[in-house]
Design a protein around this ligand. Structure first.
Ligand code: PGA
Length: 252
């Protein structure tokens, strides 16, 4: 399967940023397209505008979060169906910033993942340990538990992506060693096989946390790394496209 390079714009981007998106669309040429799946998850306010600018490039769009319900009295929230209606084909759920800032539990994340499935979206389910959990030697245990609790078995494996994002690596410039990435992704792969049987082997497991052009090749070459979830470096075409190119250059 092609690697997936997904950009998470977080709470960044005004309509002026659409020019940057246009540069991504233009740079996602036929060669790159044949080797890598590219996605941008903008703030919801830009989703419809971006959907109108994707053209035939094949860049996918996604939301950064969704409510578990289809609709209703939930001021400020958007549903998976609304993301699909605005032109998104994916949604990130359980990002550590949502888990920390909005006190989201793995149980809620699982409900959101089911909502994504209900709306026909790909669910990008995030897991990752904090720095103290890593230092205490609990990273594998914590991420294993998050995964089991956040990934409902009734999901369709072909519509699930896992993103392993160590919280301490997000936006800090720090990254785990390649050995640590390989160890964690191997554990996630084994748990996905327990959950989904043979289909678990084809679920893409993204690495996320301070991915940039200079470290993308090494991180993306690690075993069981099926792509990257990119924050800061996804805001500029000049950073984001080289990450996609690094993914394309890896012989699998
Ligand atoms: P970062 O963010 O690339 O800026 O570290 C990654 C993420 O939070 O998805």
């Amino acid at each position: 399967m092609k690697p997936l390079i997904a950009g998470n714009w977080k709470m960044n981007g005004l309509s002026a940023s659409l020019a940057e998106f246009d540069a991504m669309v233009a740079g996602y040429d036929v060669v790159l397209r044949s080797a890598v799946d590219l996605m941008v998850c903008p703030p919801a306010t830009l989703l419809t505008s971006m959907a109108g600018r994707v053209g035939t490039s094949g860049i996918a769009l996604g939301g950064q979060d969704c409510h578990a319900a289809i609709q209703g009295a939930h001021t400020g929230c958007i549903s998976a169906e609304m993301i699909a209606d605005a032109g998104g084909t994916s949604v990130i759920v359980g990002h550590s910033e949502r888990r920390a800032d909005h006190h989201e539990t793995s149980e809620l994340v699982a409900a959101k993942a089911k909502a994504a499935l209900r709306a026909g979206l790909l669910a990008i389910i995030c897991v990752g340990e904090t720095q103290s959990e890593r230092l205490e030697g609990k990273a594998l245990e914590v991420v294993g538990r998050q995964l089991k609790e956040s990934v409902p078995v009734e999901l369709d494996a072909s519509r699930v992506v896992i993103a392993y994002e160590p919280v301490w690596a997000i936006g800090t410039g720090l990254t785990p060693t390649t050995a640590d990435v390989i160890e964690m992704h191997a554990q996630i792969r084994a748990l996905l096989s327990d959950l989904f049987g043979a289909a678990g082997a084809s679920i893409r497991i993204l690495y996320g946390g301070s991915v940039k052009p200079s470290n993308a090749a090494e991180l993306l070459s690690a075993a069981n790394v099926g792509g990257a979830l990119v924050g800061g470096a996804s805001l500029k075409a000049a950073d984001f496209l080289p990450i996609a190119q690094a993914a394309a250059a890896i012989v699998r």
